[in-house]
Design a protein around this ligand. Structure first.
Ligand code: SAH
Ligand code: SF4
Length: 386
């Protein structure tokens, strides 16, 4: 087959200003291809990728100029074709409890949120995988929004990089400051269903976990899913991080309403799949997230059914007091009810921390992401129109 080469003598060349390609989110193979396409000789490409990789993902530099062990000419060539710029922080809100919420603008003018939650001896960054969500869990505000689009791998990794920039969390020259990392854990619990954006989430997490890159252990990454059964199997094989399941109900009738994906994959099927998740053990337990909704799923009977259902699975149960949003059809269970539920679960031998709502003053809690900022912007718009 002959290659089709455009005849430049007859085809007018239209010079459009070339958009810079972002290197953030590219794995080693894709970065190598990008460099070769840009003109890097093949025999040099592997070494160049290793150097760039370290500057971008390990040291976190924000422009090519700072990559001091690369020849000046090469840095200039890189800057002419590529970028390592991060998405813009449109808004940073800091809560009284230290929680930081980043609203980031991504290509197409869309916005996503990431939330940093500091604790005594850990710092968790909660990141988003989609703008909106295709699923429509009835207690979740994100679920009331249409899916706008999947985030690219670069946009997912960039959330971690932006937060590391902001928190001054890149290693110092003298070596990694493992003991003093501010982001010690990443959870995919922001907007979107990560397993409906599988490839991008996988590629992003493989960069976050890379030993020569951001270097967070797979055991410090937790992916939360509503229960996309076939993709849970893939996540075990291709990502290997920890899992959290948005369980929220103990009968199919109730779960069908709260987490409608349950109509497709019933509780029993979900639990069978979880039992087969790789490396499941006491040190790598599955987290069952359970949102406490008054009069819907919070009875003693529910608590007992819950522990019966998950028996045999190394598990933690994470009770989440419902975070209401304007117009939400549910109410938060009373503290007394949550405590009684937690006690049954504890007595059955499960750790069941009640997730203290964090960053409430900045609407950073679970299920409130993005929608809150949309609301604020809408009200600002209304004000502006008056
Ligand atoms: N789509 C994924 C991850 C994002 S949601 C999933 O469903 O697992 C992260 C967690 O917040 C999920 O457990 C979700 O069920 C919970 N959540 C959503 N809305 C909530 C609300 N209003 N109050 C409390 N938790 C909520
Ligand atoms: Fe989507 Fe998760 Fe919200 Fe369900 S709980 S609508 S899967 S973001």
């Amino acid at each position: 087959m002959t290659a089709l080469t455009p005849d430049t003598r007859v085809m007018p060349r239209i010079e459009a200003p070339a958009a810079l390609q972002s290197l953030i989110g590219l794995g080693r193979d894709d970065m190598r291809t990008a460099l070769i396409t840009m003109g890097t000789p093949e025999r040099q490409a592997k070494m160049r990728v290793a150097q760039l990789w370290s500057w971008i993902y390990h040291k976190g530099v924000q422009d090519f100029e700072a990559m001091t062990n690369l020849a000046k000419g090469f840095r200039e060539d890189m800057a002419a074709s590529f970028t390592v710029e991060r998405p813009e922080i449109v808004e940073l809100q800091v809560s009284q409890d230290g929680t930081r919420k980043y609203l980031l603008r991504i290509a197409g003018g869309h916005e996503v949120e990431a939330v940093y939650i500091p604790d005594e001896n850990r710092g968790t960054l909660c990141i988003s995988s989609q703008v909106g969500c295709t699923l429509s869990c009835t207690f979740c505000h994100t679920g009331t929004q249409k899916l706008v689009r999947n985030l690219t791998a670069g946009e997912i990794v960039a959330q971690v990089m932006v937060a590391r920039d902001d928190l001054d969390d890149w290693p110092e020259d003298s070596g990694p400051r493992e003991g003093r990392r501010r982001i010690t854990n990443v959870v995919l619990m922001g907007m979107g269903e990560p397993l409906y954006n599988f490839e991008n989430v996988r590629d992003a997490m493989n960069i976050v976990m890379d030993n020569e890159g951001i270097s967070l252990s797979r055991r410090r990454i937790t992916l939360s899913t509503s229960g996309v059964v076939p993709e849970i199997v893939r996540a075990g094989a291709e990502i290997g991080c920890l899992l959290a399941i948005s369980f929220h109900a103990t009968t199919d009738d109730v779960r069908d309403v709260l987490v409608p994906i349950n109509k497709k994959w019933k509780i029993e099927t979900l639990l069978e799949t979880l039992k087969a998740y790789p490396r499941l053990s006491n040190s790598e337990r599955i987290t069952f997230e359970y949102v406490m909704l008054k009069g819907v799923n919070d009875s003693d009977e529910d608590a007992r059914r819950l522990v019966r259902l998950i028996s045999g699975i190394p598990a933690k149960i994470n009770l989440i007091p419902f975070n209401p949003w304007p117009g939400s059809p549910y109410e938060r269970s009373s503290w007394g009810r949550i405590e009684a539920f937690a006690e049954i679960v504890n007595e059955a031998g499960y750790a069941s921390p009640v997730r203290t709502p964090r960053g409430e003053d900045i609407m950073a809690a679970c299920g409130q992401l993005k929608s809150a900022s949309e609301k604020i912007r809408k009200s600002a718009l209304k004000k502006a129109k008056v």
